[in-house]
Design a protein around this ligand. Structure first.
Ligand code: SF4
Length: 136
């Protein structure tokens, strides 16, 4: 029997799980709710994570836009996804939820914009300066 310790990441309680694997049988202990059991089992059979990252935008004024996976992605595919994201540049405008990569690696999981950038303008200097009356 093989025993693995993991911390459940489904909520801030962070239960310490002990996952026992014996042939094809997986048992989980230390969880305070059923989510911990399914998390522990999936860590053995098909570990997945929601991926967040940033992608460069085509602009000489703005840097990048946050993106995330539309669903948890198999952990083994994350390095390839990050390599692709960090080597690409996207054009503006981008709206929240726009698909940046469709059906990544045949998983039916999209990479979507987690922010909005309609143009490359910074806020004008006028908007950034506070008047004396606003400072009081
Ligand atoms: S097992 Fe349940 S209570 Fe514990 S961290 Fe996971 S989701 Fe939270």
């Amino acid at each position: 029997m093989k025993k693995i310790e993991k911390i459940c990441i489904n909520c801030p309680a962070g239960c310490h799980l002990e996952i026992a694997v014996d042939d094809n049988k997986i048992s989980v202990s230390g969880n305070r709710c059923p989510k911990g059991k399914s998390y522990g089992e999936s860590e053995i059979t098909d570990p997945r994570r929601t991926v967040t990252a940033a992608v460069l935008v085509k602009s000489d004024k703005r840097c990048c836009i946050p993106v995330k996976s539309s669903a948890p992605l198999p952990v083994k595919l994350i390095p390839a996804l990050l390599k692709k994201l960090y080597s690409m540049t996207v054009g503006l405008p981008i709206r929240h939820g726009d698909v940046i990569i469709k059906n990544f690696s045949g998983t039916a999981i999209d990479i979507i914009a987690a922010g909005e950038m309609l143009n490359s303008d910074f806020p004008s200097e006028k908007n950034l300066q506070l008047s004396e009356t606003e400072l009081i």
